[in-house]
Design a protein around this ligand. Structure first.
Ligand code: AMP
Length: 516
């Protein structure tokens, strides 16, 4: 076993049997040696095996499936030979960019298709030839049903972040898509966790897969100070406000267990004048993208999030993680607090517990071997940390700045963050040309008063979902069956991209640039 590990650690890209063109791209990108998932998965995939990779974002999984996939393609064959299915548009764009960089010296066309962008331009891109299609599930289904995409030659299929597809309710569609691919295909499935439905999917659709499980390297995050606040359920919000004001975070994520809890907390905090946004599964993808972007760009200080919704969130400047609801496992605790103290900064993790949750807290303390002491205001902390107080510590809790640190899995071991140009993907910009003139552009929304949509709802969607400011929206008109929105020309395409295919008041909406 140990030997094996050492071998893995010493593996070089050139030992993996990749083409010189691919090797050249890797060298130019600057990857020095394969990450563990790459060292293990690449040879298996090159040997034609199906692979299940239990690995999350940040482990290098995109290259793990991408490099062998690219090697396997025949540039002379114009059919779609490989398909990568992703749960979200953000991941779809990110994977496409990564694959394009790996294919720099190959004559391979990689096309991204995802919801919320005009389908016609994606159809056109497919028509002009795609060897690889990277797709979100819904848009791929749509394109198949319009006969713009045929999978009969897709001999290499990747399901990326399968557990997230499950969470988002896409599994049935994924199965349908898999049935359309040739039975002799090679399938790779990547998933951070392996819940039973994913295992069943693998059993049904994969052939004798090799399972590679990568436990992310545990790194010591030196800088996470941990505290708890004991409070009764009724006083939680007030106490939270007090803690937030005292801590004055640069940016904080407040974790809730449920979607309802998250949206209630958002409201409660807003009512108390705090600058807060929420991220949870009840929001449409467009709105979630908007919230993530706002948070990443520091346009909001506090983010209320559920565990699942926070998964795709990769941010470096979070100074505080507050567990407003205590996590349901020690694993989740570690995951949550690993969001702070990144990139060499200090971070604080504060966990709220009701008296009956003290036992859960003790369990977490024991599992993560951390000292989590009672929260004090920053002033008290400084006071308590002064040297004269140190004479004999005995059983006392150590000052927070001296507490033992906890080993947490660092999300994103190779943390050169890939910027995901949600709104400004160059490829998408090209598509925007003729319709988007200077001045205002009118957008058509296929829902109106009959679907219960009001002007206020649309303004909300434009603000929260498309991240537009008030003055970028010239007019909103709700008619009976549909609505029109006028926005600044330069952000019209982006607005369509953010809002088309999202949900508003329970109905899916289509948004497009209005034809005269
Ligand atoms: P992924 O898990 O595929 O999203 O990759 C996470 C990040 O790791 C991306 O920024 C990649 O460019 C980077 N990365 C992938 N493989 C390697 C490698 N072998 N060496 C260094 N960085 C890598």
């Amino acid at each position: 076993m140990t030997e094996n590990k050492e071998q893995t650690e010493e593996t070089l890209f050139r030992d993996l049997g990749l083409n010189p063109e691919i090797q050249q791209a890797i060298d130019e990108i600057g990857f020095e040696k394969p990450s563990p998932i790459q060292a293990e998965a690449i040879p298996e995939l090159l040997n034609g095996h199906d692979v299940i990779g239990q690995a999350q974002t940040g482990t290098g999984k995109t290259a793990a499936f991408g490099l062998p996939m690219l090697q396997y393609l025949d540039p002379g064959n114009d059919e779609v030979q490989a398909v990568v299915l992703t749960p979200t548009r953000e991941l779809c764009i990110q994977v496409t960019q990564a694959l394009r960089s790996y294919a720099e010296h190959l004559d391979i066309e990689i096309v991204a298709v995802f919801g919320g962008a005009p389908i016609r331009s994606q159809q056109a891109q497919l028509r002009s030839g795609a060897h690889v299609v990277v797709a979100t599930v819904g848009r791929m289904k749509d394109l198949i049903s319009r006969r713009s995409l045929v999978l009969t030659a897709a001999r290499f299929v990747v399901l990326d972040e399968a557990d997230e597809m499950l969470d988002l309710g896409f599994l049935e569609d994924v199965e349908k898509i898999l049935r359309m691919c040739p039975s002799g295909r090679q399938t790779a499935l990547f998933s951070a966790t392996m819940p039973p439905p994913i295992k069943r999917l693998a059993d049904t659709f994969m052939y004798d897969p090799v399972v590679i499980s990568i436990t992310p390297k545990t790194l010591t995050v030196d800088a996470i100070e941990q505290a708890f606040v004991e409070v009764s359920g009724r006083e939680k919000v007030e106490k939270l406000v007090k803690v937030v004001k005292a801590e004055d975070p640069e940016q904080a994520i407040l974790f809730c267990r449920t979607k309802i809890g998250a949206s209630r907390l958002e409201k409660d905090l807003k009512n108390r004048g705090l600058d807060v946004k929420a991220l949870h599964g009840d929001l449409s993808q467009g709105v979630r993208d908007g919230v993530m972007l706002a948070f990443k760009n520091h346009r909001c200080k506090l983010l209320v999030a559920t565990d699942i919704a926070a998964r795709g969130l990769d941010v470096d400047h979070v100074t505080h993680v507050i567990n407003y609801d205590i996590p349901n496992s020690s694993e989740t605790y570690v995951h949550r607090i690993g969001r702070t103290g990144r990139a060499g900064r200090t971070g604080r993790a504060i966990t709220f517990v009701t008296p009956d949750q003290r036992r859960d807290l003790e369990q977490i303390k024991a599992d993560v071997k951390a000292s989590i002491s009672e929260w004090e205001t920053p002033e008290d902390r400084i006071e308590h940390a002064r040297p004269p107080r140190r004479k004999r510590r005995g059983q006392e809790a150590a000052p927070l700045d001296e507490q033992p640190t906890v080993a947490v899995e660092k999300v994103g071991e190779f943390d050169e963050v890939v910027e995901v140009p949600l709104a400004s993907d160059p490829d998408q910009q090209q598509e925007s040309v003729p319709e988007v003139a200077d001045g205002e552009v009118k957008l058509f929304v296929n829902r109106g008063a009959r679907s219960g949509i009001t002007e206020e709802d649309l303004r909300w969607a434009l603000r929260e979902g498309a991240v537009l400011s008030e003055d970028q929206v010239a007019d909103v008109r709700v008619l009976d069956r549909f609505s029109f929105v006028e926005v600044d020309g330069d952000i019209a395409e982006r607005t369509v991209e953010f809002l088309d295919g999202t949900r508003l008041k329970g109905s899916g909406i289509r948004v497009e640039i209005a034809r005269n």
